[in-house]
Write a protein that binds this ligand. Structure first.
Ligand SMILES: [Fe+2]
Length: 237
């Protein structure tokens, strides 16, 4: 089962899809690429929003596209891309931001040098029973002049999500294929925001993985994704 674990398809809630018409095009592109389930993960910033307000807006956005997704045969899981903040592991409301009510939590880490705080907060989230998915791990790599904390997070029992895009550029392809090959990265997402600048590109990324690592590695990724969603009881709309 092909699952896109990271997308901004919900209309009018963040810098992703502008409106239902754009979402329709994003869903059509996703369906054409064989995507069966999309995690809809709008940005959540704790310093600019409350969980209640976010959930209300998300529910409205979901209603606008529920039928469109069903027509395309795509199951949608309502979630969030939760931006890391100090105290994230102590914020009780964070459990309302998981994927479809499961324990899967997509966390966007800071775009800066990581330190002890990032490692400890991640450890505490795991200790509280969250299945932490580190969003687009490849995007933080270049910011770590000291790779220690990045490596420490990678070595925790987290799930690491990579954007398909990183397999499309020669400069980032090799090291991210190595992460997948070593089993240090686990899930894929498009992180699609629209139909032009940041479109659905999961199929292209998957084609590179299949060619370089073999179809079996892709099948493993798909099986793990499905297992996490099914066992975790994530609600699929
Ligand atoms: Fe994103």
């Amino acid at each position: 089962m092909i699952i896109d674990f990271h997308s901004h398809i919900l209309p009018g809630i963040d810098d992703g899809s502008r409106d239902a018409a754009m979402t329709e095009k994003m869903l059509a592109a996703s369906a054409a690429q064989g995507v069966e389930i999309m995690a809809a993960t709008p940005h959540f910033y704790a310093d600019a929003n409350t969980v209640e307000r976010f959930l209300r807006k998300r529910a409205e956005a979901v209603e606008k596209i529920r039928d469109l997704a069903a027509e395309r045969g795509i199951g949608v899981i309502a979630g969030a891309e939760v931006a890391f903040f100090d105290g994230i592991s102590r914020a009780a409301d964070v459990s309302k931001l998981t994927l479809g009510g499961s324990r899967l939590l997509l966390v966007e880490m800071p775009f800066r040098q990581w330190g002890r705080r990032e490692v400890e907060e991640t450890e505490r989230l795991l200790a509280h029973g969250f299945q932490v998915i580190i969003a687009h791990m490849e995007r933080y790599t270049g910011l770590q002049s000291d790779k220690g904390p990045w490596r420490a997070v990678l070595e925790l029992p987290v799930l690491v999500q990579l954007n398909a895009e990183c397999f499309l550029s020669f400069s980032t392809r090799g090291k991210n294929l190595r992460l997948l090959k070593r089993g240090e990265a686990h899930l894929l997402g498009s992180d699609c925001h629209n139909v032009t600048g940041r479109p659905q590109d999961l199929a292209e990324g998957r084609a590179v993985i299949a060619k370089r690592l073999g179809e079996e590695r892709l099948e493993e990724i798909d099986r793990l994704g499905e297992r996490l969603i099914r066992r975790g009881g994530a609600e699929i709309l």
